[in-house]
Design a binder for this molecule. Structure first.
Ligand SMILES: Nc1ncnc2c1ncn2[C@@H]1O[C@H](COP(=O)(O)OP(=O)(O)OP(=O)(O)O)[C@@H](O)[C@H]1O
Ligand SMILES: [Mg+2]
Length: 259
């Protein structure tokens, strides 16, 4: 099934870049459902890597293994050179604060105001705060970053879908993660709001020099934000390349995504 097209890409000739995240031979099954069958990836500093794949191909499962919401059956996951399998719980918790995760949907706490939603990760990870900056300052700054300071005292139910997504992004940014994982950041949004989110993702990458894994079906999103795209088929890497390379591929499995 894996035809190993191995499209080369221009990034390979650049000087060595810092490896932020490395996954090797990741496997995960649920009973007889073999979801991940030896998946691998490398994410470099400052880079946006887009992951595409059919619904049910294991994209969210992969990200959940990465953040510890699911336990992989086997394989290696290195976050900034540290193999997560070898870390104790407290070191793992610290390392995971370097990773921001924007869930599929926005997953705000419905019973909390916008302010309380943003305060939540800060109270859990006090060690990430420097003594000079107050919680309210951090919350204000993060909301300003996404252009939504005026919503600070609103409840999630009072926000539009796009606003919820931006608040969730502000909540992810508040711990200043080095790596951001986006699971379908533009799904369910109208084209104009999608464009706003895409621009915001670009701006965050420029401003904070973050590296990101972005799961998306949205061709515009992939075109604008990606340095590289990886296509996942049957739980394994099918092909990897730039948008220009993949969008002009003659391979039917690849073409299906770029129609
Ligand atoms: N907690 C779980 N228990 C059992 N099976 C699961 C669990 N989570 C996911 N799966 C199965 O793993 C497979 C991959 O699911 P996953 O959510 O990763 O798909 P996806 O690629 O993210 O799809 P989509 O594009 O629709 O979000 C599916 O067959 C799903 O039923
Ligand atoms: Mg998913």
């Amino acid at each position: 099934m894996n035809t190993n097209l191995n499209i080369s890409h221009s990034h390979e000739v650049k000087s060595p870049r810092r490896l932020m995240l490395e996954i090797k031979d990741l496997r995960k099954s649920f009973g007889k459902n073999h979801v991940l069958n030896g998946f691998h990836l490398a994410l470099y500093k400052g880079e946006n890597l887009v992951i595409m794949g059919k619904s049910g191909s294991g994209k969210s499962v992969m990200i959940k293994c990465l953040v510890g919401l699911l336990q992989a059956d086997s394989g290696s996951i290195k976050i900034m050179d540290q193999e997560i399998n070898t870390l104790n719980q407290s070191d793992l918790d610290t390392l995971r604060t370097e990773i921001g995760f924007l869930f599929q949907g926005s997953a705000l706490y419905d019973s909390m105001t916008v302010r309380e939603n943003l305060e939540f990760p800060l109270r859990r990870h006090k060690s990430k705060m420097d003594a000079d900056t107050s919680i309210s300052e951090l919350v204000n700054n993060a909301l300003e970053d996404v252009g939504l300071l005026h919503t600070i005292d609103l409840m999630p139910a009072e926000l539009s879908g796009g606003m919820k997504r931006r608040v969730a992004l502000a909540r992810t940014l508040i711990l200043k993660p080095k790596i951001i994982l986006y699971d379908e950041p533009t799904s369910g949004l109208d084209p104009i709001t999608s464009k706003e989110i895409i621009e915001l993702m670009r701006r965050i990458q420029g401003q904070y020099k973050t590296s990101s894994l972005i799961i998306t079906h949205d061709i515009d999103c992939a075109r604008v934000v990606s340095e590289r795209i990886l296509l996942l088929v049957d739980g394994i890497n099918y092909v990897e390349g730039t948008f220009a390379e993949l969008s002009t591929s003659k391979d039917p499995q690849v073409k299906a995504f770029f129609k």
